[in-house]
Design a protein around this ligand. Structure first.
Ligand code: ADP
Length: 369
């Protein structure tokens, strides 16, 4: 039994065929520079055929949908009504939801006999405590426009926090955790006993940590100032904050491997980008230590979190008084599997756990069909 998992983004379609029970991935690929989703989906199918996978082997198609809005959070079998409802949510995630919906529409045309399931990035954070979910803005405005902190990367935060419990052989309910999902997009969450109590992304995936191309937290006054004074349109501002900010905006580079090279070459912009990135990350770690009161485990995941030992070291350096001590040798080991990188004596355990959103989506699909 296999599930085809599709992650249709603004310029790429990532796909993977996964067996939800065994966790085995049969085939994985990415179609890049997508302009036409029907062409992209055909390329996905070519990829499956080349890997010797017949669509007859599939039991479902799982689609990553970034924003589920107020109403949608459980994995849901897609029908025309759901698609129409999701269409209405596009203003909440203008960069993420429209491509996912195009991908879903094309995949349903190509595989009409299979159940297609939407798995929402916001799901894990649906029950955030009100104190964390609500913005301190006019209550009526917030209600009317469904403004709250939804949180994203939820599939990853859930999966990684569960894997941390498995790795530590401890009940999930017993653990207070901080999960740092550091990829191109980046987010942090505080998870108490398996339930998130705060997360860094908000109404949209722009809030929080500094990211590859997104600003993360900023004074909302910047937006009105640019609009009023610099003559920038809403589109200009949105594009700037989403695509030309973050590590790219400061340092001219999104990939941390390149950023480190530039820093080594004495590039001051790259240095600043890295310092701002680390500063924000440490701020969130500190905030979540305070929210949790007692923290058992901090886990790094995603492209940067899993691979960049310098980021991990600098994010947690000098925090022995707060109970965090990394083991340098463990931290710099280049190993793919889940592993401990804290010293044995460290009161807080620090882990690196590879995320696997595709497997988590495949499992969510298997549960609903
Ligand atoms: P997303 O899924 O959000 O597109 P990923 O989780 O795949 O992103 O993370 C991609 C980022 O991971 C790259 O932009 C790069 O900065 C970083 N990355 C990948 N491999 C390494 C590595 N070996 N060392 C440092 N950073 C890495």
């Amino acid at each position: 039994m296999s599930v085809l998992v599709l992650n249709s983004g603004s310029s790429s379609v990532k796909y993977q065929v996964v067996q939800p029970d065994s966790g085995i991935s049969l085939c994985t690929g990415i179609v890049e520079r997508v302009t036409d989703y029907s062409v992209a989906l055909r390329e996905v199918f070519d990829g499956l055929t080349a890997a010797g996978i017949s669509t007859d082997d599939l039991v479902a198609v799982g689609h990553r949908v970034v924003h589920g809005g107020v109403r949608f959070y459980q994995p849901t079998v897609i029908d025309d009504t759901l698609l129409a409802e999701l269409e209405k949510l596009s203003p909440l995630a203008p960069l993420h939801n429209p491509p996912a919906l195009l991908g879903i529409a094309e995949a349903r045309k190509l595989l009409p006999g299979l159940p297609h399931v939407a798995v929402f990035d916001t799901a894990f954070f649906h029950d955030l405590p009100a104190a964390a979910a609500e913005y301190a803005i006019d209550r009526d405005v917030a209600r009317q426009w469904h403004i709250r902190r939804y949180g994203f990367h939820g599939t990853s935060h859930r999966y990684v926090s569960e894997q941390a419990a498995i790795f530590l052989d401890a009940p999930l309910e017993s653990l207070n955790q901080i999960v740092l999902h550091l990829g191109n997009g980046a987010s942090a969450s505080a998870v108490a006993g398996g339930r998130p109590i705060d997360t860094s992304m908000g109404l949209t995936p722009m809030e929080g940590l500094v990211m590859g191309t997104r600003s993360g937290d900023l004074d909302p006054g910047i937006i009105t100032y640019l609009w009023r004074t610099a003559g920038m349109t809403v589109q200009d501002i949105e594009t700037m904050l989403n695509r030309h900010s973050g590590v790219l905006g400061l340092g001219g580079e999104t990939d941390f491997r390149e950023l480190h090279k530039r820093i080594d070459d004495g590039d001051a912009d790259a240095r600043l980008a890295y310092d701002v990135y680390i500063h924000r990350l440490r701020k969130y770690v500190g905030a979540y230590l305070a929210l949790l009161g007692r923290t058992d485990v901090i886990t790094f995941t995603a492209g940067v979190g899993e691979n960049d030992a310098l980021v991990r070291r600098d994010a947690l350096a000098g925090l022995a008084t707060l109970g965090i001590e990394l083991d340098e040798t463990r931290n710099t080991a280049t190993q793919r599997a889940a592993r401990r990188i804290s010293a044995d004596a460290s009161p807080i355990t620090v882990l690196v756990i590879p995320t696997n959103e595709e497997l988590a989506i495949a499992r969510a699909c298997a549960q609903v069909i």
